[in-house]
Design a protein around this ligand. Structure first.
Ligand code: ACO
Length: 398
């Protein structure tokens, strides 16, 4: 019989599981994934249904609170986010002082970390009311901070949040000003960004969410835990992949558009096919299906066919016909097409992962809060297998 007490006290069996591919560190009710069948559900609702019928804000509410909001609850939630969107003047000064040539993800992580200092009245992880306030502040202020960083790093004046606008519409207005001048295109961009954020809202114990939980397990406050999540997301093997996909497509364009030559480099393990492969999905990533259709809609509105999108389509077609990729179960993931869409919408490449962070924020918050209420939570403290030298005699002195 398994000695549960011994396991919990850390004196039981130790497994070596690099990357934690087979280790569950908690029980969770937030997101269900069946990687083999390509199933993703938030709180039991299939991602396809949510993508079709819900907004990002409804899904953020669902992920964090466990149920879809009524019309009244959604209105209250949206109103709270509108009211809390501005950041304090001192923080604006801080954002203005950050290096303009810094990567927006580095600046975002730094800014989120300081929220605990600006709002120390909501940084106590043991106080339910404070956690509630911090939840709203994080959701409300992250787009404002991200837009401020984007405006500064691209050399333009920041734009204040507009309390008359909805969440995603407001974010786009803070980023780009009054829009494209074409109301139909603006509506399409708002819907596209809303859907992309929704599709990123949670993904169980991915690297950044696991990080948020690990940091939170020491009873660190939610702002600091989320800031750690932003840093984990920045890595090119995780959220940085959407930027890396675009850089890869540009590299292929620089090779005269020779997709076959690039795939040979991948097969020789000189580089990776960014936007392909996933730790959990081994047949297809259900999010990538939703995104591919969206990419086609957006790119159909472009005046000229997008060369990088055409390269992405060719790359996908050729990789999916190549046994090297199918044998290793490598398929396009959520980020294969998201970068192409962001680029068409006018985002600079270095903002792509910031958009991912805004989408993933509800998931980080939900996991941090769930862990806090779980009586089984213990400080995260993995073991290691020591493989260094056994005891060595200290060299004789003198
Ligand atoms: N391109 C080429 N080969 C790959 C790729 C890829 N993108 N991904 C995995 N492989 C190969 C590996 O070389 C390995 O081959 P081998 O058995 O011959 O050695 C095999 O497939 C298994 O690869 P692992 O690295 O063990 O797979 P793991 O589950 O650890 O990695 C990951 C998953 C990190 C997503 C990986 O597929 C990858 O690097 N993809 C590219 C980056 C990317 O798109 N990341 C976004 C992930 S989704 C997200 O964060 C939203």
């Amino acid at each position: 019989a398994i000695d549960v007490k011994a396991l919990l006290s850390g004196t039981g069996m130790t497994t070596l599981d690099p990357g934690f591919g087979n280790t569950a560190s908690c029980r969770s009710e937030i997101t269900y994934i069946d990687g083999a069948a390509g199933i993703l559900r938030y709180r039991g609702y299939p991602i396809q249904d949510l993508a079709q019928h819900s907004s990002f804000l409804e899904v953020a509410y669902l992920v964090i609170r466990g149920a879809l909001p009524s019309a009244g609850e959604l209105k209250d939630f949206a109103d709270q986010l509108r009211t809390n969107a501005p950041v304090p003047d001192e923080m604006r000064t801080l954002l203005d002082a950050l290096p303009r040539n810094g990567h927006p993800m580095t600046l975002l992580a730094a800014a989120v970390n300081t929220l605990a200092a600006y709002y120390d009245d909501s940084a106590d992880p043991t106080d339910d009311d404070q956690v509630e306030t911090a939840t709203i502040r994080l959701l409300a202020k992250l787009p404002t901070i991200a837009a401020h960083i984007h405006r500064r790093t691209s050399g333009s004046e920041p734009i204040d949040p507009d309390p008359a606008r909805d969440y995603v519409e407001n974010f786009l207005a803070m980023l780009f000003g009054q829009g494209t001048g074409d109301t139909e295109l603006d509506a399409l961009y708002t819907r596209a960004l809303d859907l992309l954020l929704l599709l990123h809202a949670d993904h169980e114990l991915n690297c950044s969410t696991a990080t948020v939980r690990v940091v939170g397990s020491s009873d660190a406050d939610i702002y600091g835990s989320v800031s750690a999540g932003v840093n984990a997301l920045f890595g090119p093997l995780h959220g940085g992949a959407n930027q890396a996909v675009l850089e890869m497509l540009e590299e292929i364009r620089g090779m005269g558009g020779d997709v076959d030559a690039f795939l040979e480099k991948v097969k020789a393990k000189e580089t990776r096919l960014m936007g392909f492969g996933h730790r959990v999905y081994k047949n297809f990533d259900p999010r990538s299906r939703e995104i591919k259709g969206l990419a086609a809609d957006i790119l159909a509105r472009q005046e000229r066919p997008d060369e990088l999108f055409q390269l992405a389509l060719e790359l996908e077609r050729k990789a999916l016909a190549d046994p090297y990729f199918t044998e290793r179960k490598l398929y396009p993931n959520v980020d294969f097409y998201s970068g192409v869409i962001y680029r068409a919408m006018g985002f600079p490449t270095n903002m792509f992962t910031v958009l991912f962070a805004i989408g993933r924020l509800p998931g980080w918050i939900a996991h941090w809060r769930e862990q806090r209420k779980d009586p089984a939570t213990r400080i995260a403290r993995p073991r290691q297998l020591y493989v260094g030298p056994t005891e060595r005699p200290y060299p004789a002195q003198g």
